[in-house]
Design a protein around this ligand. Structure first.
Ligand code: SF4
Length: 286
């Protein structure tokens, strides 16, 4: 039984807790309804984050996933918060659920580099499109060039990082050429896999007002192209990691999740907490 009431937004019954540290977004990506319904930014005070983590770890959780709509907008600075979290003298690690490209600063990369046992080697950075024209229409706050440069810089520091992303296919006005640009872009970047979302209208957003909608059948075909690339990326990432030793936590009776987001099946370890495991029978986590 938990010792104290938690404001966690999810629990894995064995080892992982999802701790909400932030809410709200005012970035107004043109396809997204969130800023219209949750535009007040809220951050959980540092002291509460720290005490909730201590309580979760004391209750047996080994991995704390920091979540939010837009965690990079954490009021007191995400890197500053993480710096304090990793000073807690208990056996646990943290994972950042998802973070926008522009909110990954040098300090965060340095922290990840210097604390591999405390901060999971995994970043989920939403890309959405590899076409500069479409990124602009989406009102995303980076260019394709910025994205590539930043990822190259991150991989220089963290070569064994698991990088995952989100892609929206069939955004209004997306041409075949734009789609091919996205395919080529994701092929050349070191993604370990991605989530593919078919564009659909959200009433009240700017994108919903756009006239040049992509037909459903075309969206479906483009999604299939991306699924093939995703599968190839996942296979390559898993093959690269096969036989390596990583730090993991149990997720379920016979599976473990590594720091670099690989699910290792048939894990017979009786260990609790964080333990070393050889990557065999792997699958990329969903
Ligand atoms: S997609 Fe993300 S960053 Fe963009 S407006 Fe929605 S919540 Fe904010």
């Amino acid at each position: 039984m938990m010792k104290k009431k938690q404001s966690v937004c999810g629990l894995d019954k064995h080892s992982r807790a999802f701790l909400k540290i932030q809410d709200g977004c005012n970035s107004f990506c043109s396809y997204c309804i969130v800023p219209y319904v949750r535009n007040v930014l809220w951050s959980k005070p540092e002291k509460e984050v720290i005490s909730e983590i201590i309580n979760l770890v004391e209750n047996g959780y080994s991995e704390i996933v920091l979540t939010g709509i837009h965690v990079g907008k954490y009021e007191e600075g995400l890197s500053s918060l993480i710096r304090k979290i990793i000073q807690i003298c208990l056996d646990f690690r943290i994972r950042i659920s998802s973070i926008e490209l522009n909110e990954i600063d040098n300090d965060l990369i340095k922290l990840m580099n210097e604390n591999p046992d405390k901060i999971c080697r995994h970043l989920h950075i939403p890309l959405q499109s590899g076409s500069q024209e479409i990124l602009k229409q989406m009102n995303r706050k980076y260019t394709a060039k910025n994205f590539e440069e930043k990822i190259t810089q991150i991989f220089k520091e963290l070569p064994d990082l698991c990088l995952t992303t989100d892609i929206i296919t069939g955004f209004p006005g997306e041409t075949d050429v734009n789609h091919k640009e996205t395919c080529e872009f994701v092929k050349k970047l070191p993604f370990a896999g991605f989530h593919i979302f078919s564009y659909s209208d959200r009433q009240g957003t700017k994108a919903c007002e756009l006239k040049n909608k992509v037909p459903a059948i075309e969206i479906n075909n483009r999604s299939k192209d991306l699924f093939k690339i995703d599968l190839d990326k996942k296979r390559k990432f898993l093959n690269r990691n096969l036989g390596t030793k990583r730090k993991a936590v149990k997720i379920g009776l016979d599976k473990a999740l590594t720091d670099n987001y690989i699910t290792v099946k048939r894990c017979v370890s009786k260990n609790s907490g964080i333990f070393e495991i050889e990557v065999i029978s792997p699958q990329i986590s969903e």
